[in-house]
Design a protein around this ligand. Structure first.
Ligand code: BGC
Length: 351
């Protein structure tokens, strides 16, 4: 009876959390009915639900990533508060290393896994491994295809719709007084500093930021597109090189994330340019450093990539899996909404 109550509570709590995350397309999970006595469930298909207990293995693609640092801290805090024991490991951007870490967690007998893959292309292998070990798993941040996910019924992806963040970046430029056309030559000339292009977030932000301008009937000119691998220093170097090469021609600097935008800002300032006067700069994530720069007028805007909301959603999905939920329809992705951050509303996002 006690177990039934605990299970019911876990399911109710996870449903509540998901609802508060603004997720779209909630997965069509087959939940064990909370009101049904546990004894009537086929014993083998209902794993022991720790309901606030149990060891959770968390694999992060690399600790040295500003956004994933906020994300993993949030995951740890939520799990600890709920009585779980999280163990977080650093994949050092090395898929082979992460594969070993996953195997070690399996050997240790963790109750569930939360995995931020190093390579999206490794998803098949990761999914086969966790399926072989029958471990409930939540993938985060780097989205596999629906077909890949469908291979395992105890698997959920939690992330965001990357196209939406790109569109919001384009809208931030459209919201400026000259819609990005600072020199009034009838077109918006930009550089694109891209994240790791293997990652769908990088691909879709690159595409949809510019698409938003085109959809508004604006002519665009790409001066350069360079991969900066989500990295601040690379963002700075790339932007400095582009400023040296293209000078005043650059009207907009699109960065796929804030860390690269902060780096780009250093290059912009060193070149004597002034954001929002003679150049625009946008990022994604709403890191604290970026919020400060938006408020100070040194970034045109950013987009909240809700690390806390995604962490809460990931834990909620993990608890559903631990409670026995399985996914047969292939609808296994949960999305948390992005939010546009402008100089007008930036105060709402600052702690
Ligand atoms: C974030 C980046 C981060 C990347 C890691 C993206 O969603 O915007 O800041 O580096 O995820 O995969």
């Amino acid at each position: 009876m006690k177990k039934t109550l605990a299970l019911a509570l876990a399911v109710v709590m996870s449903l509540g959390l998901l609802a508060s995350c603004g997720g779209k397309n909630p997965p069509a999970a087959s939940q064990p009915a909370a009101s049904q006595p546990a004894a009537s469930q086929p014993a083998a298909s209902i794993p022991e639900a720790p309901a606030g207990g149990g060891t959770i293995g968390i694999c992060i693609y690399k600790f040295d990533d500003a956004f994933m640092t906020t994300y993993r801290n949030s995951l740890e805090a939520i799990l600890k508060e709920k009585g779980y024991e999280p163990i977080v490991v650093d994949g050092n951007n090395d898929q082979a290393k992460q594969n070993e870490q996953i195997n070690t967690f399996i050997t240790q007998g963790v109750d569930a896994l939360i995995i931020n893959p190093v390579m999206t292309s490794a998803a098949d292998q990761i999914i086969a491994t966790v399926k072989g070990a029958d471990i409930p798993t939540v993938l985060i941040n780097r989205e596999p295809t629906a077909e890949q996910m469908a291979a395992y019924e105890k698997l959920v992806y939690v992330g965001c719709d990357a196209a939406q963040s790109g569109t919001f970046q384009g809208e931030l430029i459209l919201d400026t007084p000259n819609k990005g056309d600072i020199n009034g030559d009838g077109k918006v000339s930009y550089i694109m500093i891209q994240g790791d292009p293997e990652n769908i977030d990088a691909q879709l932000r690159t595409e949809y930021s510019v698409q938003a301008l085109k959809d508004a009937g604006i002519e665009v000119e790409q001066l350069n597109l360079t991969r900066g691998d989500w990295d601040r220093e690379k963002g700075q170097t790339i932007c400095a090189n582009d400023l040296a090469q293209f000078g005043d021609k650059i009207e907009v600097v699109f960065c796929n994330n804030d860390d690269m935008a902060i780096g780009a800002l250093q290059a912009i300032q060193s070149a004597g340019r002034k954001v929002n006067e003679d150049i625009y700069l946008v990022g994604v994530d709403a890191l604290d450093a970026a919020l400060n720069e938006v408020q100070a007028g040194n970034m045109t805007g950013t987009v909240l990539n809700d690390a806390n909301g995604q962490a809460a959603s990931a834990v909620a999905e993990m608890e559903k899996l631990l409670g026995g939920a399985t996914y047969t329809s292939g609808n296994q992705s949960v999305y948390v909404d992005y939010v546009k951050v402008t100089p007008e509303n930036v105060g709402d996002f600052m702690k």
